[in-house]
Design a protein around this ligand. Sequence first.
Ligand code: FES
Length: 306
Amino acid sequence: MSNVTFSSPVMARDVTVYAVAGDRGTILAVAKAHKIPIPFDCQDGECGSCLIEVKHLAAGNRKNAIALTEKEKELLRQLGKITREEIYDAEVNDMPPRYRLACQCFVRHEDIVVTFKGDETLPVQPPYLTAAAKLYNGGVQIASIEEFHGFAVKVEEDAALHFDKLSSAMANCGNLEVAKLFAQLAGFSRLHLAEARKRAAATDVAKYIPSDYAWPDHETPERTALWAGDPSLSRLDALRAALVGERRGYEFYYSVAGITANPEIRAAAKEFYQEEAEHVQVLEAWITREEWLQKNPLPPVETPVS
Ligand code: FES
């Protein structure tokens, strides 16, 4: 079972699909089944039109057997999309190269993000944004890179504290499964917070951390309107609510990058929204899996009678 997230400038938003055993084929076959517009022609590893970039989401970047055929390797080499080191890694360590051919690359038992350029003659789609993004255009004005770092630290710190609080609330009302999930999300936010603090190393961020009134709705974007303490909250509800928060985080940084006239702030905000986009992808992949599991519950594990 694996989640495959497709991302391309020719798509208005990323699409995650769940590929299950038996349905699985090449990435191109999965894309075609879900109307994802990866260009293709020969479907036999001869033309290179289905070139894609594959990112593996597994912890520790562990990849499964890659099955890079001689044909695919040779065409990637001709296209200048595989290095000598990558060929060595593929042959000796079974590590996949960055680029693949969608018609030759099989979906394995792991979550991946597939990026492709698509038909470059088609207009580039603007990213999908909710109405919340517009709110930030007038809501937060950032004057300097130091101030941006202050905002970023505050966003990530709030998100970590918020998830910690939700985790304890869920543990207190006995919903241990969701408590664990929120604790995990708090851990992710703390990693992001550490990154934000690292980038702001030369800045005394305490001087620039904005007060609550600086934000639309008086709260930072990644805080989610969750029903903390609701013992009936399912993992899927929790994931969906967390996704709303991550999307708001993405939209906040995206809006900052879009409205600032300061190139330094724009570059920093761009890095942050790209990272937030990855978090959104991971949560979407989890949600797709959870939805699939709800429709197809796993059979109970039988305990051997001794
Ligand atoms: S479609 Fe021609 S190489 Fe994949």
